[in-house]
Design a protein around this ligand. Structure first.
Ligand SMILES: Nc1ncnc2c1ncn2[C@@H]1O[C@H](COP(=O)(O)OP(=O)(O)O)[C@@H](O)[C@H]1O
Ligand SMILES: [Mg+2]
Length: 263
């Protein structure tokens, strides 16, 4: 069930969109950090958001997760108006977020970290009194196999590489069963090999999860082979396949202009 939308009408709302931002504005001390006419992500879509530093990418995620509240506009998630809901309530609706700072417990094994990420009714509380079910254990192992962590399942998390930690965090997010995964700069600080594996992992998740990935590593973005939204100065500048947006004069100018500014 995907809406077949042409790049010419990308700014029009898609009726099936899981996430919808309509006329959303975010202002910090008089500075307009986000000014979005429409931004929508379809169910089971992997969307990449790119843009120069300070474009509003993280703010966009903050608005969807409820960490930041817009001064105007409406934010819909799964047909629920979440504009004025608390971040904890939005998380409860199924918005999962992978933060740039790690949420992995160093002193626990990979498997134990996964146990803690089970939905609350089955995870933390169950852990105190009983062993987790065989079904949950199988599910954890299946996910660990998918992210190539099964071999280090019983290893303490502190000895994982930076890439392995990222995959563990993404796995913990998947296990908690969110309807939407927000992933902010997953390739930051990774080696080329780890970056390639991370792109592969996210691509595998495509089609089974709705994912918004923020990234500025273009090689990584290319590997994801997904629809790209370009943000600049808080606005949606372009939207479509990577090749098309990279040829867009507005996008070239935004990146070059920024480059000059910083140089
Ligand atoms: N909490 C905040 N208070 C004031 N300004 C902020 C805050 N968060 C972000 N900004 C500003 O909003 C703009 C967009 O920031 P951000 O969304 O982090 O950009 P990006 O993730 O694209 O680099 C930047 O100019 C940034 O300085
Ligand atoms: Mg950011």
């Amino acid at each position: 069930m995907t809406a077949d939308r042409e790049s010419s009408d990308v700014f029009l709302p898609g009726p099936l969109d899981l996430v919808q931002l309509e006329d959303v504005r975010v202002v910090f001390d008089g500075f307009k950090a986000l000014d979005i006419h429409y931004f929508g992500v379809d169910r089971n879509e992997l969307r990449v958001v790119i843009g120069p530093n300070g474009a509003g990418k993280t703010t966009l995620c903050d608005v969807i997760s409820g960490k930041t509240k817009p001064v105007a506009g409406r934010v819909m998630f799964d047909d629920v108006d979440i504009t004025h809901m608390k971040d904890t309530a939005i998380a409860g609706l199924g918005v999962g977020r992978k933060f740039q700072t790690p949420t992995v417990f160093d002193g626990l094994t990979v498997f134990e970290n996964m146990e803690l990420a089970l939905p609350a009714s089955r995870g933390v509380w169950r852990n105190l009194f009983a062993r987790i079910s065989g079904a949950d254990r199988d599910r954890i192992d299946a996910i660990l196999a998918r992210v190539r962590l099964l071999g280090v399942r019983d290893v303490l998390s502190r000895s994982l590489s930076h890439g392995q930690r990222q995959w563990l965090e993404i796995s913990m997010l998947i296990l908690s069963g969110p309807k939407l995964l927000l992933v902010d700069e997953p390739a930051a600080g990774l080696t080329d090999h780890e970056t390639a594996l991370t792109a592969e992992l996210l691509t595998e998740l495509k089609g089974q999860h709705t994912i918004i990935v923020i990234e500025h590593d273009m090689e990584f973005v290319r590997r994801l082979a997904s629809r790209v939204t370009v943000l600049c100065e808080g606005k949606v500048l372009a939207d479509g396949p990577l090749d098309a947006v990279q040829e867009d004069p507005k996008v070239i100018e935004a990146y070059l202009g920024r480059g000059k500014e910083r140089a």
